[in-house]
Design a protein around this ligand. Structure first.
Ligand code: FAD
Length: 427
């Protein structure tokens, strides 16, 4: 087994393959260090979110397929929890669920639509429930709260601790993890690296946002940036005014996604989209830092929680997430060539990568399980458009989403442009 990329996808795959058959020889080749990519620097939502809605999954397969996918995602949060405990990985795990705030009448409508969709597919209050303004405010005391939703299916984690912890577990089990080993090409039966060639019956692509750098894969995944800020440690008196007491992860129903968590050491870690997509799917360390986006995140955080207006921002960072053209993650294995892949998680990969790892392990070992029949298995997303269309479409979409939020605040009416762009981008 040879795996390109040691993020969560690559590491979970190695973990479950070793568990299934400890005699397998597994090599992970990582260009930087394990967890260097999105896995080590995300918002730490280990959630049951999947980047395609239940209705979309139903259109892709059928109702039963959509329900099975969502149920598998719920179970995946439990599975990550189980492994973290069993392997003694100290990743600040806190199963506080997720509170999503509705901060306008339009956002409240979206919250209700989400609840209605869950009910239509048979998922009850125990999975997702509507919150009154008072209930939502009690969980996260932001301004202008009109209501919200709550799901228990999420844990807040420290992502770098999970990534480095997993790498340590793999090493302990004798799995070969080659850091500073860049893969130049993925071919059936071999990974060509800068330092030599690894031959293997099965070869897995686990490169997510970095995929387009490899020959022949330039249009497979588009890297879109998500950026984050973290405050200094906040005193208990400030947390008493904010809430998030059980460390639920937190967001709201605006178009341009925001996400936050109260960290175990008492900081507010807060992120959002809005950074530009770079021409030709370029990924560079300098793209991780966009001062205007950090300033906007800071402004948004203070608008949500005015008590944070003057606190110091001690950390800023970002990274590429991987987006497939139809906005749907996929995992699969080509039996003939022995080449497998998983990715396109958009911003929902912390837990989905675990499901991907288990699925790849079952596909490779020929284990007939429920998870190998889920709708995302073997799903092939179309390629992205060639440039400059890709650049125009993605940046146009980001611009529309950002302005739609302002327009909705101003007019009190839902943005038709955002709906259209959502459909155009396949989201
Ligand atoms: C700022 C931010 C916030 C996010 N927040 C959340 C969140 O709260 N919840 C959630 O579920 N998801 C979140 N995500 C998304 C989530 O982090 C990813 O979906 C997930 O980590 C993807 O894991 P991966 O292993 O597939 O990819 P990555 O973690 O990106 O791993 C790919 C690996 O491949 C390596 N690599 C690249 N090129 C090569 C090469 N040529 N040869 C060898 N190795 C190579 C990279 O160094 C990297 O380690 C966020 C992402 C970002 C950037």
């Amino acid at each position: 087994m040879a795996i390109a990329g040691a993020g969560f996808t690559g590491m979970w795959t190695a973990y479950y393959l070793h568990k299934a058959d400890p005699t397998l020889r597994i090599a992970l080749c990582e260009r930087d260090i394990a967890g260097y990519g999105a896995s080590g620097r995300n918002g730490g939502w280990c959630s049951a979110l999947f980047p395609a809605s239940l209705s979309k999954l139903q259109r892709m397969t059928d109702r039963a397929g959509a329900i099975a996918m969502q149920t598998a995602m719920y179970k995946t949060v439990d599975e990550v929890s189980r492994v973290v405990a069993a392997e003694g990985i100290d990743c600040h795990w806190a199963r506080g669920g997720t509170v999503m705030l509705a901060r306008s009448a339009i956002q409240l409508e979206r919250a209700k639509e989400e609840i209605a969709e869950a009910r239509e597919f048979g998922f009850g209050e125990e999975n997702l429930r509507l919150l009154t303004a008072a209930e939502a405010t009690e969980m996260a005391a932001a301004t202008e709260v009109a209501g919200g939703t709550y799901t228990p299916h999420c844990a807040a984690i420290h992502p770098a601790r999970l990534a480095r912890g997993l790498a340590e577990v793999l090493r302990r089990k004798g799995i070969a993890l080659y850091e500073r080993t860049e893969v130049l090409e993925i071919q059936p039966g071999r990974l060509v690296t800068r330092l030599g060639t690894v031959r293997a019956r099965y070869v897995i692509r686990a490169l997510e946002g970095y995929t387009p750098r490899l020959r022949g894969l330039q249009r497979a995944i588009a890297p879109v940036y998500s950026l984050m800020i973290a405050t200094e440690r906040l005193p208990e008196s400030v947390w008493e005014q904010i809430g998030l007491a059980e460390r639920p992860t937190f967001g709201d129903f605006r178009h341009l996604i925001i996400y936050g968590q109260r960290t175990a050491d008492g900081r507010f870690a807060f992120g959002g989209r809005g950074a530009p997509y770079h021409f030709g799917s370029a990924v560079r360390p300098s793209f991780d830092r966009v001062p205007v986006v950090f300033a906007e995140l800071r402004r948004t955080l203070a608008e949500l929680f005015p008590v944070l207006g003057e606190v110091a921002i001690t950390h800023t960072w970002g990274g590429p997430i991987g987006v497939a053209r139809d906005w749907c993650a996929s995992v699969g294995l080509d039996r003939e060539t022995g080449v497998g892949w998983a990715g396109g998680y958009v911003g929902d990969g912390v837990s989905t990568t675990n499901l991907a790892g288990r699925t790849l392990s079952d596909l490779i070992t020929g284990t007939d399980s429920d998870i190998v029949r889920l709708p995302w298995v073997g799903h092939r997303s179309p390629d992205w458009e060639p440039e400059p269309l890709r650049w125009l479409g993605l940046n146009g979409g980001l611009r529309v989403m950002a302005t739609a939020d302002h327009a909705e605040d101003r007019t009190g009416r839902p943005s038709r442009a955002a709906r259209f762009m959502g459909r155009f981008l396949g989201g």
